[in-house]
Write a protein that binds this ligand. Structure first.
Ligand SMILES: [Zn+2]
Ligand SMILES: [Zn+2]
Length: 253
């Protein structure tokens, strides 16, 4: 269907050369995707090569190739992101929170720190940043909406209460939230966001998009068939892609 969260540059261990771009697009075609969206991390800005992606994309006429960005949201850095967004006509931009007050919390070695903290505090601090990211008006999409669960630590309070303001902001701004299948390969072993949140997102009429968060070509499209199955089970009939920040609607088959 569509995969709007793939990292051509991986963790900056791959290059934006023809061979690598082709490998991603081949895998997308092989898996029968209609749309693929590159969204490298903004901190690898200097390594990106959008014209080359456009050039290689011509070899794949059956595939819509979108160019996006996964931008790190930090409060007070909105101008930095605005500046990047002004330099290229992006199709979509994922706003993601991987840091709380300078603490990059999603690295494997940070798990002990998660266990030392009070879970509800952690979730509140995280969703507070997600809320601000959503309110910033900079993004089309919020990435891995409940990333804070990465190590499987659950809050005491109801997740729907903890995430309430972030969901409200996402709805008000017309943002899309992704089902990001990569969470299954983290200690938490489930997609982002969890099913109760998916149901609440649906209830609030917020659009879904899909992403594998692939950091290498063979991961493109991974488990998206299952993500679609879950969405259908909870009554979602459409997911959204993007072209020049405008939503492109796909009906789930
Ligand atoms: Zn991310
Ligand atoms: Zn990512």
């Amino acid at each position: 269907m569509l995969d709007l969260h793939v990292h051509l540059l991986g963790h900056n261990d791959r290059e934006a050369n023809q061979e690598n771009i082709r490998a991603f697009l081949k895998e997308a075609s092989r898996k029968g995707l209609k749309e693929i969206g590159f969204a490298d991390h903004d901190y690898y800005w200097d390594q990106m090569n959008f014209p080359l992606i456009r050039e290689v994309a011509r070899e794949f006429p059956g595939l819509e190739v979108r160019i996006g960005l996964e931008a790190e949201y930090r409060p007070n850095e909105e101008d930095r992101i605005k500046n990047l967004l002004s330099q290229y006509p992006f199709d979509f931009v994922i706003g993601s929170v991987h840091e709380i007050g300078g603490w990059a919390f999603d690295y494997p070695e940070e798990e002990p720190m998660h266990r030392q903290k009070e879970a509800d505090r952690l979730y509140r601090d995280y969703f507070d940043l997600v809320t601000r990211a959503a309110q910033s008006g900079l993004f089309t999409t919020i990435g891995h909406f409940d990333l804070i669960k990465i190590f499987g630590i659950r809050p005491t309070s109801d997740i729907l209460i903890l995430a309430d303001e972030a969901l409200t902001a996402a709805a008000e701004q017309g943002l899309a939230l992704e089902v990001n299948t990569n969470g299954r390969y983290k200690p938490v072993r489930e997609f982002y966001p969890e099913r109760r949140l998916m149901e609440e997102i649906k209830r609030r009429g917020i659009d879904f998009t899909l992403g594998s968060d692939a950091h290498s070509a063979e991961i493109v499209g991974r488990d998206l068939d299952e993500a679609i199955l879950i969405l259908r089970q909870i009554g979602v009939r459409n997911v959204t892609g993007f072209r020049g920040f405008a939503k492109v609607n796909y009906t789930l088959e």
